[in-house]
Design a protein. Structure first.
Length: 75
């Protein structure tokens, strides 16, 4: 089974500085605070388990990766 990937990243736009929660290139939500974005990303990742939540820093480097759910083991 393939893990779904969720991403929390920072976006600088002309009108605001925001944190985005994305899944496979689709925007799920936009937040002013990183902790709110991480909380929502974790909720989405738990719902779509097995999945991985990748959290980035403002400069785009990877801060952490959290795994949710288990992949079934094949024989």
């Amino acid at each position: 089974m393939i893990r779904r990937r969720y991403l929390v990243r920072f976006l600088v736009s002309p009108d605001s500085l925001t944190w985005l929660v994305e899944h496979e290139g689709h925007l799920l939500s936009r937040h002013c605070r990183k902790r709110d974005a991480v909380r929502e990303g974790a909720r989405q990742a738990r719902t779509g388990a097995p999945s991985i939540l990748v959290v980035e820093r403002m400069d785009g480097t990877r801060q952490s990766a959290r795994r949710y759910g288990r992949e079934p083991r094949g024989r």
